[in-house]
Every structure is written in C-alpha cells, then in structure tokens.
Design a protein around this ligand. Structure first.
Ligand SMILES: Cc1cc2nc3c(=O)[nH]c(=O)nc-3n(C[C@H](O)[C@H](O)[C@H](O)COP(=O)(O)OP(=O)(O)OC[C@H]3O[C@@H](n4cnc5c(N)ncnc54)[C@H](O)[C@@H]3O)c2cc1C
Length: 468
C-alpha cells in the first residue's frame, strides 16, 4: 500500500505495537495520527487523573516518534469525521488501528468502517491490547468462560506471541510531507478538568522503567508482598497497560526471562503475577462477550437488589470519613493520587456494597472518575466481584470485615497513619478500631463510625436473600 494512517488509540508507544508494525511493514508511507476525541473532555467518566496521564503519554509518544524521524499528527474533534476527511486529503488507502473491546468503541468502529468505506478507504483493526481476545478462548461447549480458573488454564495452554520490534528510524520509512498538526494543551486545566491529584508519570519510557525495576527483584517477592498496601509490592503498570504505553507481550517476555533465573519459590511468585495479567484478559473477554455488564449485574436477578440511597453515607465513603480507618485511608489515597492498591479496592468496594448497602454502580462510577488506570473491563469486573453480582464473583455471603482485613494487611497501621494524621496518637492495636478508645477518638477529630459492621452484615444478607 502506498499510504496508511496509523491511528494511535490505547497503544501510545513505538515498540511492541501490532498495528504500527503492520503499517510500517505494509505501507510505503505511514502517517502517525492521534485524535483528541471530544468525549475525552466531555464524557461522563472523564477524570483529571486519567486525562493528565493521557496528555503526558501523547507528548512522550510525540517525542519518541520525532526521535525516529516521524511527525505525530494531532487532530481534535470526532474520529468519525476526522478520519475520512484526512484520509482523502492525503490520499491514504487505509487506516490501521489496534482493537478495543468496550461496546461503545466497537459500535463507533463499525460506523468508522462505513464512513471510510464511503470514501474508498479501508479500516484494519489488529489484536494488540491482549494476548487472547473475544472468542479465542472458549470452553468445551464453545461458550465463553465465566469462571477464572478454567479460563486461565486454557489461556496458559496456548503459546504466547513474542513482542513486536520497535519502530525503525524513518531513514527506512520515509515520512509524508507537510501535514498540519494541532497541539494538545500541556495541562488538564485548559480542558476544564483541573488536576488536583499527584499522578504517576505517563509515557513509554516511564512504563519500561517500571517494568525493568519490577522484574529486577520485586516480582520474586510479589506473592508475599502484593496484599500489603504499605509495602506496595505490585508492578504499578496498570495505568500504562490502560493507556497502552507498554505492550503486554513485552511484559510477558520480561517475565519469562525473570522466571528462567528464578528459584522455585521465586518462579511461583512470577506465576502469581502472570495470573493477574490473565485476570485483565479474563475481564476484557467478559466485557466483550457479555456487554450487558456495563448496564447492570452479570447475573440479572441481582438487578432487583434494593440498594440504599443514603447520599450522606455515599459522600462519607467518597471523602474518606466513614470512621473505618482502612476504608478512609484508601479513599483519601485515591482522591490524592488517582491510584489505589488492589487489596484496598476490594475492601472499599465490599464496604460500599455490603456495609453501606449502596449500589456497586455508584462506586464503579466514582472510581472511573478518580482512577488514573480506570478501565471499563477491570473496574466493572472488580466491582461486580466485590458486590457478588458478577462472573466468578465472591459469593454474596462472603463479606469482608473491614477491621479484620485491616489487621491482617495493615497490622501496624502504617498505611492508615500515612493518610489519616488525626489517628497519630493511637497505638498499633487500636488504630484500626479507634472507637475502642472513645475519649482519644473524640480528641482526635477523626470521624465516628457511620454504621456498625455486624448490624449491616445482617441487613446485607437479608437484602441478597430477598432476591435469591
Ligand atoms: C473494585 C475494583 C476496581 C478495579 N478497577 C480497576 C481499573 O479500573 N483498572 C485496572 O487496571 N484495574 C482495576 N482493578 C484491578 C487491580 O486493582 C489493579 O489492576 C491493580 O491494583 C493495579 O496495580 P498494579 O499495576 O501494581 O497491579 P499488579 O499487581 O502489578 O498486576 C499486574 C497487572 O495485572 C492487571 N490486574 C491485576 N489485578 C487485576 C484484576 N483484579 N483485574 C483485572 N486486571 C488486573 C493490571 O493490568 C495490573 O497492572 C480493580 C480491582 C477492584 C477490586
């Protein structure tokens, strides 16, 4: 093909990028394009943290492409209108992009296919964000899996593809002449979303650096440390996997290398990390195969649950003043950084749904607004798991006790102390249940408990039993 547009979406990188490698291989000239969609600014889930991470990552992509002799063309508006217009202007024969799996993007891609076809331009989509997609892993009955363990076994039985090579310097891939390119604002304020959170750095280099550091040691302790928020034993790669500033094949290739050097317990730790990456793919295929999860419970009978509409409780949960230190510390951390440890996500999600009896969809929406890694598939899966309404969900009668969770995973209260300075005078054995010292609690100015766990547990069981 003579000219192809590579449309960067959630694949903001020059290495291990399937559609980009195909464009560079098959086209005499390819044009790298990023479209700043109107919805990035106006959509219902837009949050400053994710927007800030996106702006940083696009800027990093622009620089990385420039170093390789390519100019990133930036346009703002609606992709459905911009793509056919630009393709005609520059005489492109095709647009290449990597596939996305959210129901709304798939519908949009169908409309784009048609709009491009109308002007005689092809639209090719490639599998890139996951190793196995859509219907590539099915059970013996030919149906998608709804339980993780058999899915992960089937996933592991297939050979993992190698990373794609990094884009070559444009000496071997001449760039098309002068196409005007917009610029993007450096900060989210200009887009009407002031960034008040301190977010991690975006971009491909930051992602590769995190990966290098994680594989150089922490991955070997991952199974022992990953549940303890004060240690933060995870890779912290989720915002990068979400923005596509790293390719999943690259992570898996590095994991394989690390595993080859590992002792048997270290190899087992590498396998636990692999499982988490497979959870990501599990939820991506759930989203694709059961798109109704975006609108309600995976098990429709749970759409009948009579949730509480207590807005004061919801506000206390959002703002980190429920009186349960582990919940409040986690929510304050989310509000300040756009990130939250996986164990804490489970604790606060269980607390919202099973202690406050508030619909998981309210929590899902709040997370999407705050999280720098907010991803429809993983977030929806995590919320439905915690609420007990989803695929492979924790059964509804498994209800986390926020105090015992905290005493297990933040025994000395290190994480809680970091986020709740009001509790500084409490000893380790009382910091997770400050109400046990009412005098000190009233002096501390920290919140009183808004509910009693044991009472709410009974109400929750009754609420679920009513629809069983
Ligand atoms: C209520 C709730 C909401 C969540 N919302 C999101 C979200 O919006 N975006 C998101 O990426 N993850 C979400 N998760 C999953 C998980 O909490 C994060 O992926 C993890 O905390 C990211 O930290 P990390 O990169 O250090 O992960 P690591 O422990 O290093 O894991 C490696 C990668 O595996 C993937 N992963 C790990 N755990 C899960 C999981 N349970 N489900 C799906 N993928 C997983 C992530 O891409 C992660 O970066 C949610 C979990 C819960 C319980």
């Amino acid at each position: 093909m003579k000219t192809v547009i590579h449309w960067f979406r959630r694949d903001l990188r020059v290495s291990d990028n399937v559609a980009l490698s195909e464009a560079a291989k098959r086209a005499e000239t390819f044009i790298p394009l990023f479209i700043f969609e109107d919805a990035f600014r106006t959509g219902p889930d837009v949050g400053a943290a994710r927007l800030g991470f996106l702006l940083q990552s696009v800027e990093s992509l622009r620089k990385n492409l420039a170093e390789l002799g390519h100019k990133l063309i930036i346009r703002s508006g609606k992709s459905e209108e911009i793509l056919p217009k630009l393709a005609k202007e520059i005489g492109a024969q095709a647009v290449f992009a990597n596939k996305r799996y959210e129901p709304y993007t798939q519908k949009r891609d169908e409309r784009i296919t048609k709009a491009l076809l109308d002007v005689g331009v092809g639209f090719e989509l490639f599998k890139d964000a996951v190793i196995w997609e859509e219907a590539e892993i099915l059970n013996l009955a030919g149906k998608p899996y709804t339980v993780f363990t058999p899915y992960s076994k089937a996933w592991k039985a297939k050979a993992i593809p190698l990373p794609k090579a990094k884009l070559k310097n444009s000496n071997t891939q001449p760039h098309a002449p002068n196409i005007p390119a917009d610029t993007l604002p450096a900060a989210t304020d200009a887009l009407g979303h002031p960034l008040t959170q301190t977010i991690p750095p975006g971009g491909e280099r930051a992602a590769l650096e995190l990966l290098r550091k994680f594989m150089a040691g922490p991955v070997y302790d991952y199974s022992a440390t990953r549940n303890f928020p004060a240690i933060d034993g995870g890779s912290n790669l989720s915002p990068h996997l979400r923005a596509g500033t790293i390719g999943v094949r690259t992570i898996l290739a590095e994991l394989k290398k690390a595993r080859e050097l590992a002792t048997p317990p270290q190899a087992a730790s590498c396998d636990v990390f692999l499982n988490e990456l497979i959870w990501r793919e599990f939820y991506t295929q759930v989203l694709h195969n059961f798109p109704h999860v975006t609108k309600g419970a995976f098990r429709p009978e749970y759409d009948q649950l009579k949730w509480s509409d207590n807005q004061e409780h919801f506000a206390a949960w959002c703002e980190g003043r429920t009186g349960f230190p582990i919940v409040d510390a986690a929510m304050r951390c989310l509000n300040a950084t756009g990130t939250m440890h996986n164990r804490l996500r489970m604790i606060v999600a269980m607390f919202l749904t099973k202690d406050l009896l508030i619909n998981w969809q309210s929590g899902e929406r709040y997370f999407m607004k705050q999280l720098v890694d907010g991803d429809l598939a993983a977030n929806n899966g995590g919320w439905q798991w915690s609420a007990g309404t989803g695929t492979d969900a924790a059964p509804y009668f498994r209800i986390f006790n926020p105090v015992s969770q905290a005493e297990k995973f933040d025994a000395e209260g290190k994480f809680v102390r970091r986020w709740i300075p009001e509790l500084k005078d409490f000893s380790d054995d009382l910091i997770q249940q400050p109400w046990e010292n009412p005098l000190l609690l009233s002096k501390s100015k920290y919140a009183q408990r808004i509910v009693l766990h044991d009472e709410q547990r009974v109400k929750c069981l009754a609420m679920f039993k009513a629809v069983k």
